[in-house]
Design a protein around this ligand. Structure first.
Ligand SMILES: Nc1ncnc2c1ncn2[C@@H]1O[C@H](COP(=O)(O)OP(=O)(O)OP(=O)(O)O)[C@@H](O)[C@H]1O
Ligand SMILES: Cc1ncc(COP(=O)(O)O)c(N)n1
Length: 266
């Protein structure tokens, strides 16, 4: 059985964070494990509070999972603070993890900081060089590079700059760019690939970023190459968005049990 590990924050509302990741792993038939970095009191309207897990206990969880079960691929999401980023990087290096997807989660859709700016440098310097794929959205790509991103051309430039910090592939997600298509840019140091799907006019979008990166991770765990994993993850997400539900009073949630993904059978 293929195995994937998520290192992320808990979203009590169940739409984003490690809950989204584990639902995605299960839907794609990958055995999921989790290391919790922070517990958020969160719902579809926003983040009401958080309790960060001490870095030494994040390390202990990593030892428990990687020392016994192992992982064919690993994803990081909300890492909460610089000390946790550094601890995670040290442990992933120690266990020789090479299929690593880093989703640089900085701010929740509601505007709440999930990783303070003081930790961004540590993320770039210690975690990006270990990553197979980094998946910033437009805001994160702007914060990382200092560029203002208004077009696909700007997305390509941001991807090239982020690639210089060491990941093998960069996906800049264009979900927040206006237009009839939702376009993502993949850069591997040489080639630029463009992934596009029709923009869905729906508001059940809580956790799209987490789900996209988790689907890439699950597909990498199953042995797909990065461009194939990105294309298939985008299709998985599109179907989960279409099947989404108006849970709660804010941004509704994706639905991971749609009957459409039978093409992903083992
Ligand atoms: N309205 C939409 N219709 C179709 N696909 C979308 C839409 N919005 C985003 N996507 C796709 O969803 C994925 C996540 O993109 P997005 O840029 O929204 O990431 P994010 O900002 O990290 O997620 P979140 O919005 O959950 O914070 C990308 O593949 C993007 O193209
Ligand atoms: C614990 C946790 N991790 C990640 C996100 C980002 O998800 P979104 O950008 O959809 O709010 C979140 N809201 N909560």
């Amino acid at each position: 059985m293929y195995k994937a590990l998520t290192i992320a924050g808990s979203d009590s509302g169940g739409g984003a964070g490690l809950q989204a990741d584990l639902k995605t792993f299960a839907a794609l038939k990958v055995y999921g494990t989790s290391v919790i970095t922070s517990v958020t009191a969160q719902n579809t309207r926003g983040v009401q509070g958080r309790y960060d897990i001490p870095a030494h206990f994040v390390a202990q969880q990593l030892d428990s999972v990687l020392g016994d079960i192992g992982a064919d691929a690993v994803k990081t999401g909300m890492l909460a603070n610089a000390e946790i980023v550094s601890t995670v990087a040290t442990k992933l290096k120690e266990y020789g993890i090479n299929r690593l997807v880093v989703d640089p989660v900085f701010v929740a859709k509601s505007g709440h900081f999930l990783l303070g700016p003081d930790a961004w440098e540590v993320l770039k310097e210690e975690l990006f060089p270990l990553a197979l794929v980094v998946t910033p959205n437009l805001d994160e790509a702007e914060a990382l590079t200092g560029l203002s991103i208004q077009s696909e051309k700007d997305m390509v430039e941001a991807a090239q700059r982020i690639w210089d910090w060491g990941p093998k592939f960069v996906v800049v997600k264009g979900g927040h760019l206006a237009g009839e298509e939702a376009v993502d840019i993949l850069f591997d140091g040489k080639e630029v690939l463009r992934f596009s799907s029709p923009r869905l006019l729906i508001s059940n979008t809580h956790g799209t970023g987490c789900t996209f990166a988790a689907a890439i991770t699950a597909l990498l765990a199953k042995g797909w190459g990065v461009p194939e994993a990105v294309g298939r993850a985008k299709e998985y997400l599109r179907q989960a968005m279409i099947a989404g539900r108006p849970v709660g009073k804010g941004y509704g949630c994706l639905h991971h049990l749609a009957p459409y993904y039978s093409w992903e059978d083992d």
